[in-house]
Ligand binder design. Structure first.
Ligand code: FAD
Length: 458
């Protein structure tokens, strides 16, 4: 509970129209896109400048108020749930693209800019910003950096952290910190830019990001490959990587997901296939042809049937089908538990077999899709949060999935972060020493643990 005179100070910083403290408004910021239990904040504010952010940090620090930075709330790990109450800092008004520099190939943006708006502006300027989370129509650049969001192009082009050249952020005491810069090379001080990636709002509030841009690709070839056996699809992924081809995208969908997407969207997919791979090779036209020849050979060796997208419309339909996988599955049951297990790419067939066993053992509906090319699969469990017995089976299945991923040298999070959702698995992956080191860093910059507390085991 925050005293009235302190609430008035928040309002004084951002003004009446960017301040909320009524229960009907607060409830909107009590949850995110995860299945974690909601918790109410005490106040929500929407700053429009770095100075306002710094003033709010100072205020929270002076009065020991937890501060939870929020972009669009699309994270799937409970990273924005205000478990200890406090102030939600909504970044959506700081949404300006400040500069797109086509000569030096970087951009400077405020963190509240929507990912797709930014990517579109970059494309219009003749360059390319590759990170493309499925949520790009809603998510913000700040949220992408803080979660180190991935996407369909992660395999060849990397993930958000590979494009962050610098950030300006406010620390909990309200100091303004500048990390990184606009040069390709930079070795000044600690790599604080790297530290802010996947920090889940626990080490500072970013107010400006400098992002790397790359030249657009000259040519591409997209194809849909259907398989009668999902293990063949897994072996195809491994085979293509072993053939030293890195497609721009290599996405997997199992039969359950194929049928669901087809029914929900009408996108023409082969509903009798056990699994699909959506593959796109890109680059110089000659390279595209050379890589396609290798892909074709590996697919044939693994009984995959290739259908090339002949037109731009057919190509867009393929990607639209993939982007709608999550929302299509979400229509089937009241609750959707989307996991984010990742294994080294050559171990995908082993992981798919483990998933099959888990599905049968716990008698659950699990749709599996994901970025198979980079080993990042999203087994998605359809369930009902109100059914305690079913949820017990879901929790046990999730624990088994992570155990299987770790056994195969994988990770609990390929791109969605830890937040609240995966804290219990983190120690198994990184060990106590790592968590203690993270706690020491956090204590150093935020001694009262006010910045997004109780996330990532801190
Ligand atoms: C349909 C759907 C599809 C998705 N697809 C993908 C996908 O393909 N790949 C992927 O990686 N994720 C995906 N996600 C997850 C999610 O969209 C990403 O994690 C995204 O990066 C979150 O952005 P956001 O703006 O919503 O951030 P939020 O959810 O609001 O916040 C996420 C984290 O960032 C912190 N944060 C936000 N802004 C700042 C800032 N300015 N300074 C410091 N910390 C900040 C918050 O405190 C929080 O810890 C998907 C989600 C949905 C719902």
């Amino acid at each position: 509970m925050i005293a009235k005179d302190v609430l008035a100070k928040f309002k004084g910083i951002v003004g009446e129209e960017d301040y909320w403290d009524q229960p009907t408004d607060l409830v909107l910021y009590s949850f995110d896109s995860s299945v974690e239990n909601p918790a109410l904040p005490d106040v929500v504010v929407r700053p429009e400048s770095t100075d306002e952010v710094a003033a709010i940090c100072r205020l929270c620090s002076d009065y020991d108020i937890p501060l939870i930075t929020r972009g669009s709330g699309t994270n799937l790990a409970g990273s924005t749930i205000p478990v200890a109450g406090g102030c939600v800092l909504l970044m959506t008004k700081m949404n300006k693209i400040l500069e797109i520099n086509t000569d030096d190939m970087y951009a400077v943006v405020q963190p509240g800019v929507i990912t797709l708006d930014f990517a579109t502006a970059v494309q219009e300027a003749g360059l390319f910003y590759p990170p493309d989370p499925g949520s790009q129509k809603m998510s913000t650049i700040g949220g992408n950096v803080a979660e180190n969001a991935g996407g369909l192009r992660g395999l060849k082009y990397g993930v958000t952290k590979d494009y962050v050249m610098g950030v300006t952020f406010c620390d909990m005491a309200g100091n303004i910190v500048k990390a990184g810069g606009k040069t390709v090379k930079l070795c000044t001080g600690f790599n604080l830019t790297g530290l802010m990636s996947q920090s889940e709002g626990q080490l500072g509030v970013m107010t400006e990001c400098i992002l790397k841009l790359v030249p657009p690709t000259k040519a591409h070839k997209a194809m849909l490959v259907s398989f009668k056996d999902i293990i063949d699809a897994g072996n195809t992924v491994s085979g293509i990587i072993r053939g030293h081809v890195l497609p721009a995208t290599m996405e997997l969908m199992d039969n359950f997901t194929i049928r669901t997407v087809h029914e929900a969207t009408g996108v023409p997919l082969p509903t009798d296939a056990a699994a699909l791979l959506l593959i796109e090779v890109d680059g110089h036209p000659a390279v595209v042809e050379e890589e396609y020849a290798i892909v074709q050979k590996v697919c044939a060796a693994n009984n995959g049937e290739i259908k090339i997208a002949a037109t731009a419309e057919e190509r867009e339909a393929l990607w639209e089908g993939r982007r709608k996988a999550l929302s299509s599955l979400a229509r089937l049951r009241p609750t959707l538990v989307l996991e984010d297990t990742t294994v080294p790419r050559t171990k995908i067939p082993d992981f798919l077999m483990a998933l099959d066993e888990i599905k049968n053992k716990y008698k659950l509906d699990i749709g599996t899709f994901g970025h198979a090319g980079d080993g990042n699969l999203h087994p998605t469990i359809l369930c009902d949060k109100r059914d305690a017995e079913e949820m017990q089976r879901v929790h046990a299945a999730v624990a088994d999935m992570f155990a299987a991923a770790l056994r195969l040298d994988g990770t609990c999070s390929g791109e969605h972060g830890i937040g609240l959702a995966k804290q219990r698995f983190m120690v198994d992956e990184v060990g106590e020493g790592t968590i203690n080191y993270m706690k020491s860093i956090k204590r150093g910059v935020d001694p009262k643990n006010l910045l997004n507390p109780h996330k990532q085991s801190i």
